[in-house]
Design a binder for this molecule. Structure first.
Ligand SMILES: [Zn+2]
Ligand SMILES: [Zn+2]
Length: 108
């Protein structure tokens, strides 16, 4: 009887949070799942699949790079400060453009 539940792999949880890096209060994104701070671009290692919040690491994800995808737009690359895992996330519409540009000039 759990057919519907098992089909939903991606749970979209769009919620407000206080950024653990810069301390700013981040509002809901509205059109998609908010997964990083628009001010400093830091995120938290809480997802295994995007938005599922089932990762138990909870380390701080530091933005380390930027990729430009012709279909998806800006893709931010993060590294977890706790477990070292590299993750990626799409940039949001209200992300700080200066921060994005700064990331794009970083060469890894
Ligand atoms: Zn922040
Ligand atoms: Zn981690």
């Amino acid at each position: 009887m759990n057919k519907e539940k098992s089909m939903r792999k991606f749970t979209v949880i769009d919620e407000e949070f206080v950024c653990e890096n810069c301390g700013k209060h981040v509002k809901k994104l509205g059109y998609s799942c908010r997964n990083h701070c628009p001010y400093c671009l830091y995120s938290k290692h809480v997802d295994i699949n995007p938005g599922d919040r089932s990762e138990e690491c909870h380390g701080l994800l530091k933005p380390i790079g930027l990729e430009i995808d012709s279909k998806k737009g800006y893709i931010l690359r993060f590294q977890c400060q706790k477990c070292g895992k590299i993750t990626k996330n799409k940039a949001a519409e209200d992300d700080d453009m200066d921060q994005i540009i700064r990331l794009s000039t970083k060469h890894l």
